[in-house]
Design a protein around this ligand. Structure first.
Ligand code: NAD
Ligand code: TYD
Length: 339
């Protein structure tokens, strides 16, 4: 089988490329990525030179390019990770989120229709459901929860999900969607909470916690997300949505303290800063459908996952120091300077 992985040079996509090559070496892989600020060929170091893996630089929203690629390569399965993914950036500059996350998804699906692709898989997020209140721990997102986005990022992902479902119904495109909770692990760009806190704590810099740090996220080690997508594209039913999560809810402040403990750094590094506008309070996934239908279960506990993640950042300083030395400095100054 030939599998096209878009956004494969990003955080989850790169982990997925590694996962697939390890577990299904009989298949052929094409990785399409625009290499935006978030894409990094260094994240593909373990797969880039394997004979059944090809990297192609390109934009999923460039229809002519996408069509020519599908014409030439005729993939059997498309897994779409390509996206603008950072909520804070979507607050300062929403437009590119609409272009990539919505128009890009549509361009890919049109090519899938035209070239008879057997499965289009959309990697979505629990953020499409909006948020849950902190005082109702009994509530969880199920696949039936109405879409209710809060940020331009989540609105663009929800729009894409609606389009994917419309293409399934109207054009009978064989699609699937996974909606996963927050991931963490190797190759995570240091604008996101966990790698930002690890890299700053290592430099003894202040750790900017938004608001009171009471917002809750449901954390999943990235490899467990990869195993879920792998199951859905190979065994999941076409036309279905599968929620992915490991029932691992934590307050942001507790995540930051766990990182400090792991690194042996003091809590005095924590600095509370102005909250994110429209900040979602709590995400919590009910993953019972993917467990029931496909037997999926996560295998990495949070304590183990944080330990492995911290160790990865200690062992791979070159990967993230190269990012911090570039344009990232301007990003950090603009995003956090006035907070
Ligand atoms: P990321 O920002 O690390 O990676 C995104 C990748 O897409 C980058 O390599 C980038 O270069 C590429 N890209 C961006 N625009 C492109 C375009 N127009 N054409 C081709 N490539 C383009 O994101 P991530 O955290 O790896 O997330 C991957 C997917 O998973 C996203 O769709 C995101 O919405 C979803 N998701 C993420 C999380 C999470 O916790 N990170 C959780 C659930 C779902
Ligand atoms: P993030 O990693 O951006 O993921 P998302 O917003 O998609 O859930 O943020 C995770 C949580 O951490 C979120 O509640 C916002 C908070 N946060 C901070 O407190 N400080 C930070 O510097 C960042 C980046 C996030």
């Amino acid at each position: 089988m030939k599998i096209l992985i878009t956004g494969g040079a990003g955080f989850i996509g790169a982990n997925f490329c590694e996962y697939e090559l390890k577990h299904h070496p009989e298949d052929t892989y094409l990785c399409l990525d625009a290499l935006t600020y978030a894409g990094n060929l260094a994240s593909l170091e373990h797969v880039l030179h394997q004979p059944n893996f090809t990297f192609i630089r390109g934009d999923i929203a460039d229809r002519d390019f996408v069509n020519a690629l599908f014409e030439r390569e005729k993939p059997d399965i498309v897994v779409n990770f390509a996206a603008e993914s950072h909520v804070d950036r979507s607050v300062t500059d929403p437009e590119v989120f609409l272009r990539t996350n919505i128009m890009g998804t549509q361009a890919l699906m049109d090519a899938c229709r035209k070239h008879g692709v057997g499965r289009f898989h959309q990697v979505s997020t629990d953020e499409v459901y909006g948020d849950l209140p902190l005082d109702r721990p009994d509530l969880f997102f199920t696949e039936e929860t109405p879409l209710h986005a809060s940020s331009p990022y989540s609105a663009s992902k929800a729009s894409a999900d609606l389009l994917v479902q419309a293409y399934a119904r109207t054009f009978k495109l064989p699609v699937s969607i996974t909606r996963c909770s927050n991931n963490y692990g190797p190759y995570h760009f240091p604008e996101k909470l966990i790698p930002l806190m690890i890299t700053r704590a290592l430099a003894d810099q202040g750790l900017p916690v938004y608001g009171k740090g009471e917002n809750v996220r449901d954390w999943l080690y990235v490899e467990d997300h990869c195993s879920a997508i792998d199951l859905v594209i190979r065994k999941g039913r076409a036309g279905e949505v599968y929620n992915v999560g490991g029932h691992n809810e934590r307050r942001n402040i507790d995540v930051v303290k766990a990182i400090l403990r792991e690194l042996g750094k003091p809590e005095t590094l924590i600095t509370y800063v102005t909250d994110r506008p429209g900040h979602d309070m709590r995400y919590a996934i009910d993953p019972s459908k993917i467990h029931r239908e496909l037997g999926w279960l996560p295998t990495t506990t949070f304590d183990e996952g944080i330990r492995r993640t911290v160790q990865w950042y200690l062992d791979n300083r070159g990967w993230w120091e190269a990012i911090l030395a570039g344009e990232y400095q301007n990003y950090y100054a603009a995003m956090y300077g006035q907070r």
